[in-house]
Design a protein around this ligand. Sequence first.
Ligand code: DSN
Length: 428
Amino acid sequence: MQARGMTGVDEIEAIMHAVEEHQELYRNALPMIASENVTSERVRILLASDLSHRYAEGEVGARFYQGCRYIDEVEGRAIRWAKELFRAEHVNVKPVSGVTANIAALFALTSPGDTMMALSVPDGGHISHSAYSVPGLRGLKLEEIPFDVREMNIDIDQMVRAMKEVRPKLILLGASLFLFPHPIHEIRLAADEIGATVVYDASHVLGLIAGAKFQDPLREGADVVTSSTHKTFPGPQGAMILCKGSLKNKIDRAVFPGTVSNHHLHHIAGLAVTLQEMLHFGAGYAAQIQANAKSLAQALYESGFKVLCEHKGFTESHQVVIDVRELGGGDAVAKRLEEAYIITNKNMLPFDTEPDSPSGIRLGVQELTRTGMGESEMIEIASLMRRLLIEGESVASIKEDVKSLKSEFQNVHYSFDDGAAYQNPFHG
Ligand code: DSN
C-alpha cells in the first residue's frame, strides 16, 4: 500500500519545486509588469511571521479578540506613518486589495441607482471601475469619462460639460494605463457645482505620490484616495484608503465590518516598514522611476518603436506604452518578450475592442528601479528589445544578455537593508 504521507510529500515537493523555479525565473528575468514590485528583506521576514496566523477584528485598542497588544502597536504606527507620508486627515490600512478598497469606497459613498463616472478599460480604467465589477455590483449607472486619445488623458472640456449634463454622484479618477496626471483640480471645481464626490484610485502611482512626484490628489481636490500598496509603492500586496476627516466613519464602516473581516496583519507590518522606507527614500526613488521611464521611452522611440505620446515627453509616470500592431500585436509581442525573459503584459489601447488581441504593450520600470537600475540600463533594455523584436535576433542570445544584465541587480534598494543581508530575528 502506498503511504498517504509519501504521496503528500511528493505533492508538496512539486509545490516547493515550482516556487523554486519561479524564483529562479525572476532572479534572471527583467520584470516589467507595471503593477508589481519587490519588498525589502525585513518586509519579507515580516510576511512570514506569526502575524500571518492571527485575527484582530476591530480597531486599534478596541479589538474583538485578545492577544492583540503588539498588533495594535504595529497597526497604530502604520496609520500614523501613512498619515504623515501622504498628509492625510484619515487613513484606513485594512483593505486587502485595491479592488476591496474600491468596493468599500463606492459602497460608502453611493446608493444603488446613483450615477458615477470613470474611465473605460480601453482608455485605461481598471476593471474595478467598470460595469463588470464594483459599479455594476452596486447597481450604479456608469458614464464614461471623455478621453483624449492623442493626449492620453481626460478631455477636461468635454468632462466638465458631461458632468454638468449627467450630474454624477461620484467621479472615480485614476487608471491602470496611466501616463499623465489627471486634471483633478478642474474636476473638483465642477464637482463642487453639482455636489459630487471625487475619488482617486492611486494604485499605480502611489509610490510616485509618496515621493512627491506625479500629482498630489488630496491637495488637488480628491475627497478619497483608494490604492493598492504594491505597484510603484513597493510594499506587500494590500491596500489603503486615505480620506478627509469628515468621511472617516463612512469609510471605516464600509471597510470593517462591511468588506473586510480580518485584515492581513503580516501585511500591515510590512506596510509599516515600507512607509518608513518611503518617508526616508521615497523622493529619490520616485525621481529615479520618472527618469528611467523617460529614458526607456526615448531609447525605444529612437530604436524604431511606436511609443505613445512623443509630443509630450512620453510619460510622467512609471509606465511606457508602445503600439505594437506592426510587430504582430500585443499578445504575440508579450509572448516573444517572455521567451527572452523580459516580462511584460499586452494592453488594450483606447481604440481597441478585443481584450484578447490588444494593440499595445505596457512597460513599468518601478521594480527595475527598486533593484537599482538607472538610465543606462534602460537604454540597454531598449536595445535588447530592438534586437529581438525589430532585428529578429534569436531568443536564445537575447535571453543570455538579459540574464547577464540582471545578474548585477539582485538587491532591493531604497530600503534600510540596502545591499546587506538582514538576519531573520524570528527563528533560531
Ligand atoms: N490589473 C492590474 C494592473 O496590472 O494594472 C491592477 O490590478
